[in-house]
Ligand binder design. Structure first.
Ligand code: TRP
Length: 332
């Protein structure tokens, strides 16, 4: 790996198919970052079990997410792409960091408070400790930049605080990471309620487009997308959130600018516009879907890639782990 490049770490939980929001908002940027950064990407299966998981589902979702990573263009030759639970240092490092994290600061995490409500029958210690596992993910790899969504900013702030605390006690042994909110990559909202983020866990399947949706399903969902009664393709997130969201999607899928899109659909109705958006998404996803089908049916290929990646990840992680253990005073 090129030492002159900054280290980037990010992870996604294997909790079912990803949406075009995940693709345009995160994965597509991760793919581009591989050129300029020294990237490590992980399937966060340890994080996934903080909520109830059916074993078969977790197993298939993990493989599927790994295949999606490769299908969108994360490249195992350029980046380290591994499965979190394959590198035991993550759990061990979490324990060490736990002892430098306060109960009070974990109690203030928004995501913990929200999930305590949505999963009130299972407020387990892992759910509470989730941000420390995430700090371990990040800090093990001397990460400088963490590309994520706005919703993870508080967790990255915690990772920074823990790193600074440890450094304050033992000297500068951990790199203090920065959040990285990419310049490009719009926020994609629900097709049914544009005030909400597009989410794969939406109870209404018409609200989201999965990366793996078939062309006819994509077209049907865009036809049903919520717009307004004005019949004017104009970007105005406040007054025309549905249309603006479709414009964002079209912009992401085609690379065209908003002004250009307004001009393109000047004087044309929403029917035309929706079909064009749908077709652009079908076209953007079709090579990914073809690649996905090829990869998911070749388990041997994937196994080889994630085994090699886990070894490379473990080399870096174990070094950080050993350094902290030494400082703490463990007899190594
Ligand atoms: N918690 C993140 C999410 O749900 C996933 C994640 C796990 C992550 N470990 C990470 C993201 C480390 C960035 C860095 O989106």
């Amino acid at each position: 790996m090129d030492k002159a490049k900054k280290r980037v770490f990010s992870a996604i939980q294997p909790s079912g198919t990803l949406t075009i929001g995940n693709y345009f908002g995160a994965l597509k940027n991760h793919v581009a970052m591989q050129e300029d950064y020294d990237c490590i990407f992980s399937v966060a299966d340890l994080h996934a079990i903080t909520v109830k998981q059916e074993p078969e589902k977790l197993y298939t979702h993990t493989l599927e997410l790994y295949a999606i990573f490769l299908a969108v263009g994360l490249d195992p030759e350029k980046s380290i792409i591994f499965i979190q639970s394959h590198v035991p240092a993550h759990t061990e490092f979490t324990w060490l960091l736990n002892c430098f994290t306060q109960f009070g600061e974990l109690s203030r995490m928004h995501q913990f408070k929200e999930k305590s409500k949505t999963h009130s029958d299972n407020i387990n210690a892992g759910l509470f400790d989730y941000p420390v596992l995430m700090a371990a993910d990040i800090l093990l790899y001397n990460t400088e930049l963490v590309p994520t969504g706005q919703d993870q900013k508080q967790h990255i702030e915690l990772a920074r605080n823990v790193a600074q605390r440890v450094n304050g006690i033992y000297g500068d042994i951990l790199v203090v990471p920065e959040p990285y909110i990419p310049r490009t990559g719009a926020k994609i909202t629900s097709l049914q309620d544009p005030s909400k983020k597009m989410s794969k866990s939406d109870s209404n399947a018409n609200a989201f487009i999965s990366i793996l949706d078939e062309p006819d399903v994509i077209i049907k969902k865009f036809k049903r997308a919520v717009t307004d009664s004005e019949a004017l393709v104009k970007f105005d997130e406040e007054n025309k959130p549905g249309v603006s969201n479709l414009m964002n999607i079209y912009s992401c899928a085609t690379g065209r600018g908003i002004a250009e899109i307004e001009k393109e659909f000047d004087g044309r109705g929403y029917g035309d516009f929706k079909m064009a958006v749908a077709q652009s998404v079908v076209d953007a996803l079709s090579p990914i879907q073809a690649e996905y089908k090829r990869i998911i049916s070749d388990k041997a290929y994937m196994s080889e890639k994630f085994a090699v990646a886990a070894e490379r990840a473990a080399d870096i992680a174990n070094d950080t782990l050993r350094r902290l253990k030494e400082k703490i005073g463990f007899y190594i």
